[in-house]
Ligand binder design. Structure first.
Ligand code: ATP
Length: 367
């Protein structure tokens, strides 16, 4: 028990600690508590080993423990504290246990678990209509995050959690997320906020010198610069892990972290949910990276567990109003998986053509 929370059962294990289902003895409500050790010498040694000297940026690092477990957790907390949205997992309280050097993140509990995207045989596991609902929730959640200046950096099915009744999906896991003051300013208009109003830990952008995320979901602009020597140590990573669990952090010379990387990862996620497979393939990690950077993707004949006809990767443009669902899906994927981030569709554009409340099909484009 910690404060009024009774620990029930373990929900999962993250890199920095366990997530446990707990009951709030005062309200009787269930919550999920992530318990993290402030100091994790083993993880810190590994990240120190992987890290290169931090380049100077306009924002000076705010903490001496930069890059340590403690810094990562404090940043994750600062980011989650900013968020209050129906499609973003809510942080309810933080308990700082100085005696045992632990931080407890008390979060709302999402009882439906992670969004699953494939069967053991590698087939789709959900219906196309369900994928549409999940998409709507991600778009709304992501749009909110981007307006807050937050780039999630690890959008993938495993970081999307279902509510108990499976009506709602929420974006979770802000372990590698980044706060961009410039993006926040752009969303609000100049003069709307001052940097001093922000938590100093958020203003530290030294983490932009690294790419973080899950390899199969990384945007091509992140991979554009050849990864350093330390990336070579990753070549033996199991490909199944690459798709589901592994979060890599490798130093890059020129960061290109903008909100467009979340749009790309959303595109990969949409593809995964529809087809039960990923759009880019390769025997090894670097083959996958070059496929992401250089290759086009293809589509299976059918999508969803309901096996709806897709109609092929390149389809003739139908007359307005006569678009099949397959055509609309491929069109949307095409715009999400644009290799050039400047040409990639924005969430504003997706929303204009894809009003969430009237979502008959995936998207309607005039152009
Ligand atoms: N609010 C929540 N409600 C229900 N289950 C949750 C919640 N948050 C996390 N979980 C579950 O706990 C597991 C671990 O979550 P966590 O975010 O710590 O792990 P992770 O994704 O491996 O992150 P990291 O690598 O940053 O430690 C996840 O698999 C998730 O299913």
């Amino acid at each position: 028990m910690i404060n009024q929370y009774e620990f029930n059962k373990r929900l999962g294990k993250g890199q920095h600690g366990d997530v446990t289902l707990c009951t709030d003895a005062v309200t009787g409500k269930q919550v999920a508590i992530k318990a993290v050790k402030r100091k994790n010498p083993k993880v810190d040694r590994m990240s120190h080993f992987k890290k290169r000297p931090i380049p100077k940026t306009e924002h000076t690092p705010v903490t001496e423990q930069l890059g340590t477990t403690e810094h990562k957790i404090l940043k994750e907390i600062a980011i989650m504290k900013k968020c209050r949205h129906p499609h973003v997992v809510r942080l309810l309280e933080v308990i700082d246990d100085r005696l045992y050097e632990r931080i407890y993140m008390v979060m709302e509990y999402l009882g439906g678990g992670e969004v699953k995207w494939r069967t053991e045989q590698g087939d789709p596991i959900i219906r196309v209509s369900q994928t549409r609902r999940i998409c709507r929730d991600i778009i709304l959640g992501l749009d909110y995050l981007h307006h807050q200046g937050i780039i999630h950096r690890d959008i993938k099915p495993a970081n999307l959690l279902w509510s108990e009744d499976r009506r709602v999906v929420k974006i979770a896991d802000f372990g590698v997320s980044h706060f961009s003051y410039a993006q926040r300013l752009a969303a609000l208009g100049e003069g709307a906020i001052s940097p001093s109003a922000e938590d100093p830990i958020l203003m530290d952008d030294s983490d932009l010198s690294k790419f973080a995320g899950t390899p199969m979901f990384l945007a091509p602009e992140i991979l554009a610069e050849p990864p350093g020597d330390d990336a070579a140590t990753n070549t033996s990573i199991n490909l199944e892990e690459l798709a589901d669990d592994t979060v890599e952090t490798v130093t890059l010379k020129q960061p290109r972290i903008t909100k467009a990387i979340d749009i790309w990862a959303f595109g990969v996620t949409l593809y995964a949910l529809l087809f039960g497979q990923l759009p880019f393939h390769g025997e090894q990690e670097f083959a996958i990276y070059s496929a992401i950077k250089e290759c086009d993707w293809d589509v299976p004949e059918k999508m969803g567990i309901d096996e709806i006809e897709v109609g092929g990767r390149h389809q003739d443009k139908p007359k307005k109003g006569q678009e099949t669902e397959g055509y609309l899906v491929v069109d949307l994927l095409d715009r999400l998986l644009q290799k050039d981030p400047r040409k990639r569709i924005t969430l504003e554009e997706v929303k204009v053509h894809f009003p969430p409340r009237y979502m008959r099909a995936f998207v309607h484009f005039d152009a």
